[in-house]
Write a protein that binds this ligand. Structure first.
Ligand SMILES: NC(=O)c1ccc[n+]([C@@H]2O[C@H](COP(=O)([O-])OP(=O)(O)OC[C@H]3O[C@@H](n4cnc5c(N)ncnc54)[C@H](OP(=O)(O)O)[C@@H]3O)[C@@H](O)[C@H]2O)c1
Length: 279
């Protein structure tokens, strides 16, 4: 199997993909913006590059057969040039997308994934899309409030099938290192649904603290999230998303089990892995 280039290799998902691939003995290269800060497993070659400057990708793509592409949370302005650069030098791409297939234009801040998927479909590359539901890591944003024993957040009844980043990474590593995934779009989720209030309670149980939930009215939450996150489109998209999960709980899929032959990790297992982040 030819050389694999990882993007996002220092992120939540990518760092576990790097670990899997380093253990597999394959030739792996990681594209990072700042090699002096990147901590990657032994055996992973590190090269400097930036997805907002597509011309920096050419050295990173030399002799690469497959790219694991993570598009960080910014608009897809340079995506066409990035996909063209990949298609010019590699044969296959595995794209970390999102469960965006059914979204309407402008419905959520993750809409850029539809644009990137479209560019990849037209590129001539053999592609696989990983479309995870919500990441369990999103709840790290509550860490400060969990330490105080009270989470004030909107839509406590929003019901989500949060997925452990280790499961997304294990699926990515499986797809990157085995044949037969061309043209597949895998929707990935955790094994169960929990409401946001239940998620906060589980984290509290794991760290040994009683955690109460206070449902913030959406208009109050909007002001607070705007102050914290800045981007109105992102805030409004998140609020609409949580509101929708009250009436239409997030989907649960069996894809992790089907691909890996073991069940997806539970939210409690995720909280145990991250207990120190909440202490
Ligand atoms: N959170 C969710 O619920 C959710 C759900 C579905 C899909 N997703 C998608 O998952 C992706 C995020 O994955 P993640 O959480 O693993 O990532 P993450 O932890 O946010 O890390 C982002 C990664 O991207 C790299 N990066 C940032 N800007 C870059 C640039 N200009 N050029 C090259 N690399 C850059 C960072 O590397 P350096 O900083 O080291 O350069 C880092 O490795 C996003 O596309 C998001 O839309 C998220």
């Amino acid at each position: 199997m030819g050389k694999i280039l990882l993007t996002g290799a220092t992120g939540n998902v990518g760092k576990h993909v790097a670990t899997h691939l380093a253990e597999s003995g394959l030739e792996v290269r990681a594209l990072v913006r700042d090699p002096s800060r990147a901590r990657l497993p032994d055996g992973v070659e590190v090269v400097q590059g930036d997805l907002t400057a597509p011309e920096t990708l050419h050295p990173a793509l030399k002799d690469v057969e497959t790219v694991f592409l993570v598009w960080p949370g910014f608009a897809a302005e340079t995506a066409a040039d990035v996909v063209e650069a990949i298609a010019g030098q590699a044969r296959r791409v595995v794209y970390l997308s999102a469960d965006v297939a059914d979204l309407q234009e402008g419905e959520q801040a993750t809409i850029f994934h539809q644009d990137v998927e479209r560019l990849i479909r037209r590129s001539g590359l053999t592609w696989t899309f990983l479309r995870p539901c919500g990441f369990a890591t999103n709840t790290l944003g509550w860490a400060g409030q969990i330490r105080q024993g009270l989470v004030r957040w909107p839509y406590g009844e929003a019901s989500r099938s949060l997925i452990h980043e280790k499961d997304i990474a294990a699926v990515a590593a499986h797809v990157l290192t085995s044949a037969g995934h061309g043209g597949a779009a895998y929707v990935l989720s955790g094994p169960e649904r929990l409401t946001q209030a239940e998620q906060a309670r589980v984290i509290g149980e794991v760290v040994g603290r009683e955690v109460r939930w206070e449902d913030l009215p959406p208009e109050v939450a909007r002001e607070e999230l705007l102050a914290a996150w800045g981007d109105p489109a992102f805030v409004d998209g998140a609020l609409r998303g949580w509101a929708s999960f009250v009436t239409e709980p997030e989907k649960v899929t069996d894809t992790v089990r089907t691909l890996l032959g073991r069940p997806a990790l539970t939210f409690r297992q995720w909280a145990e892995d991250h207990a120190d982040d909440f202490r």
